[in-house]
Design a protein around this ligand. Structure first.
Ligand SMILES: Cc1cc2nc3c(=O)[nH]c(=O)nc-3n(C[C@H](O)[C@H](O)[C@H](O)COP(=O)(O)O)c2cc1C
Length: 237
């Protein structure tokens, strides 16, 4: 297998606590940011800024900010769930319901769960990470003629993958955390870090060395399930 394909296949979401006492070295951070620098972006707009947070006091303050779960998230999250390993292996897309609290995975209980849910400190998402990368973008701009700035958002996705693959090649664990991007948490974080109003948090990256191995079922569709040869519907290659 080629080295590139190996890194791509072995990259995974490190949804585990990180070792708070093991920082990311300056040298490794520079490699990760060098990978970020060479991201392809629409019109080479390089439509991102990255806030590197590794100061313990700042991490603690972010950790104390509270997020709220939304009914919209829980309902749409439910649509992506499987309820057994067999179901997930059969579907080949989505994630396991067992990753979430029981009241989040029962549509009849979702509305009540949202009402009852206490605000959650972001500490529960940071989970000992010694470094966060907050990827932000200027919401006033868009890639030329790109409705809804789809091309700009794709560019931010390319940035994510460049960073992720570099981290993987350095054996650094990485998890994307979307909860920082939703109000009220986003508003509080921006205030804390002095981010101007017009900048939005695209996503947050937690980096670190996992305290325990990541061990969950990962599925993907087969190549023939997403390719069409010369004509739509003509499956496979
Ligand atoms: C735009 C985007 C947002 C994501 N948000 C989250 C998130 O908030 N929390 C999380 O644990 N994983 C998040 N992920 C990771 C995906 O859930 C994950 O990549 C997918 O389930 C496949 O698993 P793998 O990364 O282990 O291959 C996100 C991924 C992308 C591309």
């Amino acid at each position: 297998m080629s080295e590139t394909l190996k890194i791509i296949q072995e990259r995974q979401s490190a949804r585990v606590p990180f070792d708070q006492t093991r920082p990311i070295s300056r040298e490794n951070l520079e490699k990760i940011l060098e990978a970020a620098k060479w991201t392809p972006t629409a019109h080479n707009m390089q439509n991102f800024e990255i806030i590197v947070v590794d100061d313990e006091a700042v991490l603690e303050k972010i950790g104390n900010i509270k997020s709220r779960i939304s009914e919209e998230f829980l309902r749409e999250n439910y649509e992506q769930l499987s309820f057994s390993r067999e179901e997930l292996m059969e579907k080949k897309t989505g994630i396991l319901g067992a990753m979430f609290p029981p009241e989040w995975v029962d549509p009849a209980k979702i509305a009540e769960a949202v009402k009852k849910a206490a605000p959650t400190p972001l500490n529960q998402s940071i989970r000992g990470s010694p470094m966060l990368l907050l990827v932000i973008y200027d919401s006033r701009k868009r890639a030329p003629a790109s409705r809804g700035d789809v091309l700009g958002f794709m560019s931010l996705g390319c940035l994510m993958e460049n960073i992720w693959l570099m981290a993987q090649s350095l054996s650094i664990g990485l998890q994307i955390v979307s909860v920082f991007s939703a109000p009220p948490a986003e508003t509080d974080i921006k205030k804390l870090l002095g981010v101007p109003d017009y900048m939005k948090i695209a996503y947050t990256i937690r980096l670190g060395y996992p305290k325990n191995a990541t061990n969950y079922l990962r599925v993907r569709r087969d190549i023939k399930d997403f390719t069409h040869h010369n004509q739509f519907g003509n499956r496979g290659i």
